[in-house]
Design a protein around this ligand. Structure first.
Ligand SMILES: [Zn+2]
Length: 306
């Protein structure tokens, strides 16, 4: 049974009228799930808030305290970095977004749901151990993977990041942790201008030029991600699922389509089947054009179900 985790609080995070990360993104996903008929074959769960201890597996305690202290008290939004904003509802949203991955990991490890998709915002993969950036406060996927390592004693966990932006925060958090294999495929040169000079054995970074297109993207995944995953034999797959490389998302220029997201997800499901008892948890990252985002999520979720 596919577990679908979200929380109404994630809707209330307000990054401002001109910001790409809008609540409309979650509305579009929910509507598309209903229209596709998928909504009837999944089980909905409300995300709990991540605890301070859970956040501190991926972040410095002082950083977590700083974000709690920065949450606006007087109704005015505050800017945390150039494009990361905290509105009055943001801290609560971010805690539920991080808690979604913790619950999802528990559901999968206890055999109560699998696979799991978390439809949450704000996203997480740019947040480093001690800094917010790129719309991200807490690194949701890193908190989830760290929970799997700490709570269940897993020894080999893969994080696959296909957001169009490099998952610099996730990479920084797990840079030298041999229990994690981090694979990222992203447009380069492009924000945040990292990932092209990675130097650790557990990092598989695939920088791709603007205009790459779906066929060359698939070739790059076949050449780099899939052999690394076969060698690593992960016990659990976590996906940073950003859909901002979509052809119709004017954030970027890789030109992927729903068919590419379906193909990649099928490949990852096959890896999970061979090595991880099928365990796979996916969390929303980017994707800023609501229609293409919602259709891509449905293609992804369909492929997750198999
Ligand atoms: Zn992105």
């Amino acid at each position: 049974m596919l577990g679908f985790i979200s929380h109404p609080a994630c809707h209330d995070h307000d990054a401002g009228p001109l910001h790409p990360d809008t609540a409309e993104r979650l509305d579009a996903i929910n509507n598309q799930l209903i229209m596709s008929g998928l909504d009837y074959v999944l089980r909905h769960y409300d995300a709990p808030q991540a605890s301070r201890a859970e956040l501190e597996r991926a972040h410095d305690a002082a950083y977590v305290a700083r974000i709690f202290a920065a949450a606006p008290k007087n109704g005015e939004s505050v800017e945390i970095d150039g494009d990361t904003v905290m509105s009055p509802a943001t801290l609560t949203a971010a805690l539920h977004a991080a808690g979604a991955g913790v619950l999802g990991t528990d559901l999968i490890m206890r055999g109560e749901a699998n696979p799991v998709f978390c439809a949450v915002r704000p996203p997480g993969h740019h947040a480093t151990r001690d800094a917010a950036m790129g719309f991200c406060l807490f690194n949701n996927i890193a908190v989830a993977a760290a929970h799997a390592l700490a709570e269940y004693g897993l020894e080999r966990v893969a994080i696959l990041d296909f957001d169009v932006h490099h998952g610099n925060g996730t990479e920084e958090i797990f840079h030298s942790d041999p229990r994690i294999l981090f694979c990222s495929a992203f447009q380069h040169p492009f924000y945040p201008f990292t990932g092209h000079e990675s130097d650790s054995r557990n990092l598989v970074d695939v920088p791709l030029p603007a205009g790459t297109g779906g066929e060359a993207f698939r070739d790059a995944i076949r050449a780099h991600w899939l052999p690394a995953l076969e060698r690593f034999r992960p016990e659990f797959l976590f996906i940073s699922a950003g859909f901002d490389a979509h052809l119709l998302d004017d954030m970027s220029g890789l030109g992927l389509t729903e068919a590419d997201y379906r193909w990649l997800t099928q490949e990852l499901v096959a890896v999970a089947g061979r090595h991880a008892d099928g365990r796979i948890l996916s969390m929303l990252e980017g994707g800023y054009e609501p229609g293409p985002l919602a259709r891509s999520v449905v293609a992804h979720v369909n492929a997750l179900i198999g």
